[in-house]
Write a new protein. Structure first.
Length: 386
């Protein structure tokens, strides 16, 4: 009996170490790969220009993983030291609260959920194990907590005033980085519009209407029914526009995109996407959608992964950017990496200089590259945040 209990104890200890110690980092490392390891080469012209840019990126899911944002990680794509090394000034930190098993870009339901297991393995607070709003709030707290420990090197943008102050500091302090909070999918409201205020108070300033499945507010491009905005969804869009929270149309169904654009009085973001013009699949935007998004004054973040660009390098990203700029103008195109979002990227954030290089090779001028690499995002935040 004693032997049996001791055996059981050993088994439990080993299981605990495996589940809490190795599983989160193993899963994170496996899901967020980089094709080429650093350091990243670029032409001297590109390096010189890149050092003078204000670089911004509309999408990274970093907060879902158990890594210290202030430490240089050995896996994944984004943390403060790597943002500094890549000369990235502004990073959107988007939170993921529920993803279906066997996730695909064609059709999924919300019946299963991978994040419960991740939340358990990463020892998220009890409330965040089951409640989607709590999962978003917990991930937001990770960003605020890292900012508080950063000796002022990481700041969180919530107002236009924050942006102005940040830009002033950044003129003399090149290692100050700003983050702002977004959400992948309005299911993070747990079906209740009143949760919007809690998310706003936690600092969220961008909300994607849907992620990989249809939710109570809106249809997803990868959902089962792929419908449009529901009545609750329309109320949410109104509320977001009242409070100056950006609508993110990434992952939204065609019907949801149309419904939101019918109501849009402010610029919308598409935080991470590809365009059908260079990579034709169900995840990417059509020419007509791109044109309507630009009419709101919106900004489209071009993704770095293979089904966004139909390629695996900076050249493919620059090609998608070229196509989109030719179609809707240089003021509406930006970077939307999807770093740490369960993708394989050509390089981590220390390698974004390779995009500057590829944009030069595409024949973009210095003024155009400045806009694409960051100014379009930063200008929009500075004008339209609360
Ligand atoms: Zn996404």
């Amino acid at each position: 009996m004693k032997k049996l209990l001791f055996g059981l104890f050993i088994l439990l200890t080993v299981a605990t170490i495996v589940i809490f110690g190795f599983v989160p980092s193993y899963v994170g490392k496996d899901m967020n790969r980089t094709i080429n390891p650093p350091p990243y080469s670029a032409s001297e012209t590109a390096k010189e220009l890149h050092a003078r840019l204000l670089v911004a990126d509309l999408h990274a899911d970093t907060l879902m993983w158990n890594r210290d944002l202030l430490e240089k990680g050995s896996w994944g794509h984004v943390d403060l030291p790597r943002l500094q090394a890549g000369n990235v000034a502004v990073q959107a930190f988007t939170v993921v609260t529920k993803t279906p098993r066997n996730m695909n870009i064609e059709a999924n339901t919300g019946d299963t959920d991978n994040i419960t297991l991740l939340a358990f393995a990463e020892r998220w607070p009890l409330a965040a194990l089951t409640n989607l709003t709590e999962r978003a709030l917990y991930q937001a707290s990770r960003l605020h907590e890292a900012a508080a420990r950063s000796n002022g090197k990481l700041v969180v943008l919530q107002t236009k005033d924050d942006v102005t102050k940040f830009l002033q500091r950044r003129q003399s302090e090149k290692d100050v980085v700003a983050g702002f909070l977004g959400i992948e999918g309005a299911h993070a409201l747990s079906g209740k519009l009143e949760n919007f205020d809690r998310l706003f108070d936690a600092g969220f300033r961008m909300i994607g209407m849907a992620h990989f499945f249809d939710n109570e507010m809106a249809g997803s491009a990868h959902g089962a029914a792929k419908g449009g905005l529901t009545e609750e969804g329309k109320k949410l869009v109104e509320r977001m526009q009242e409070r100056d929270v950006f609508i993110d149309l990434a992952h939204a169904s065609a019907k949801t995109i149309d419904d939101v654009l019918d109501m849009a009085r402010k610029p919308v973001f598409v935080s991470h996407t590809g365009v059908k013009g260079t990579c034709d699949n169900n995840r990417n935007l059509s020419d007509d959608q791109l044109k309507r998004i630009a009419l709101t004054g919106g900004v489209v973040g071009i993704g770095f992964w293979d089904t966004a660009t139909c390629g695996t390098d900076a050249k493919a990203i620059a090609k998608a950017i070229r196509y989109t700029v030719n179609l809707i103008g240089v003021d509406h195109v930006a970077l939307g990496s999807d770093y740490d979002g369960a993708i394989t990227a050509p390089f981590d954030t220390t390698g974004v200089v390779q995009i500057t290089d590829a944009l030069l090779q595409e024949g973009f001028s210095e003024a155009e590259i400045k806009k694409i690499m960051g100014e379009n995002i930063i200008r929009t935040l500075q004008f339209f945040l609360p």
